[in-house]
Design a protein around this ligand. Structure first.
Ligand code: SF4
Ligand code: SF4
Length: 313
């Protein structure tokens, strides 16, 4: 089988499994991304995620974690929801609506790798989804599927930025796609202006330590106090909602991340959730990783949406 045929088969399989898109690139030193990451760390924008400091060299060169690397497959799965939260005065980020994406995407990637191994038994591969020291967004851009936006998120050409990324680095040669030359319009600052706490310091530079996505999920000190002028208690979508490239996100129609029942909760249900109901309701979701005390802390710090006057009576 030729490399081109194998590439075609693996791409077809990825779409059959339910991914919205797949692109392929080759291992390469990501020096520009390394410099940007060092700048980020030098400014302590990583908050308490100090473990990131140890990952600089691995991120720059994927061969330090997978020496036989010859190809990198990047998959895209849209999580744009069909139903939007309407009943509560608290908001949760779209990506928390469904079950925890790490497990779902990794399981699908395992199937994809198995398929590759059935065709080519000598295939070895390492699966990744968000938790490995790999510049996933940079590799996704190199596949031509999209680019990194000024809000620091990967923007897929058709699906926008409400997408999860994952991938496989493998020892098999595949036909690489061409990088995307498109980028954000030079004058657009909609995402930067939409951030209520100026966490986007400048285009392409996020201070994660002040970003609500980080503070509501990664800041695990129950006593922590931070300014939150938004109703978000898990993640934050404001800079993504402002982005014009998300106007077609709804067309993705991915069934993997269907909204769980808590998306329909009203404010009273959120306010009265106890540790037992929390455990049952949020099993298989990212909320369990955040933990009950932190979600309660986030509810105290958030600025709930004011109910309509008619409900206020
Ligand atoms: S996620 Fe929210 S807090 Fe973070 S940069 Fe975007 S708008 Fe700002
Ligand atoms: S809002 Fe504008 S600048 Fe920001 S990511 Fe979207 S296109 Fe780029």
């Amino acid at each position: 089988m030729t490399i081109a045929e194998l590439t075609r088969l693996i791409k077809e399989k990825a779409l059959l499994l339910g991914f919205n898109d797949i692109g392929i690139t080759t291992p390469q030193r990501l020096e520009k991304e390394k410099k940007a990451f060092e700048h980020y760390l030098a400014n302590n924008f990583q908050g308490n995620m100090s473990f990131l400091k140890k990952t600089v060299n691995q991120r720059e060169d994927i061969k330090t974690i997978f020496p036989e690397a010859k190809s990198i497959l990047i998959v895209v799965a849209s999580y744009y929801p069909k139903t939007i939260q309407q009943n509560a005065q608290y908001a949760i980020s779209y990506y928390t609506y469904g079950n925890d994406y790490h497990r779902i995407i990794k399981n699908k990637l395992k199937e994809l790798l198995l398929y590759l191994q059935q065709i080519k038994p000598e295939t070895k591969g390492k699966i990744f989804c968000d938790t490995s020291p790999i510049f996933e967004k940079a590799y996704a851009s190199l596949t031509g599927m999209g680019w990194i936006g000024k809000n620091t998120l990967f923007i897929h050409k058709q699906l926008g930025s409400f997408v999860f990324l994952g991938g496989i680095v493998s020892n098999i040669e595949l036909t690489a796609d061409k990088p995307e030359l498109k980028s954000c319009p030079p004058n657009c600052r909609l995402c930067i202006n939409a951030c209520p706490i100026n966490a986007l310091k400048e285009p392409y530079v996020l201070d994660a330590s002040s970003c609500l996505s980080y503070l509501t999920i990664e800041e695990r000190n129950e006593q922590s106090v931070f300014h939150n002028p938004t109703p978000y208690i898990a993640g934050c979508d404001l800079c993504q909602k402002a982005c014009p490239y998300n106007s077609t996100s709804h067309e993705a129609d991915n069934k993997w991340f269907l909204p769980n029942e808590y998306v329909y909760w009203d404010t009273h249900q959120w306010n009265t959730v106890n540790p037992d109901t929390f455990q049952n309701t949020f099993k298989n979701t990212i909320f369990l990783r955040i933990g009950y005390p932190i979600v309660k802390r986030n509810m105290k710090l958030a600025t709930p949406i004011k109910p309509p006057i008619s409900q206020n009576k």
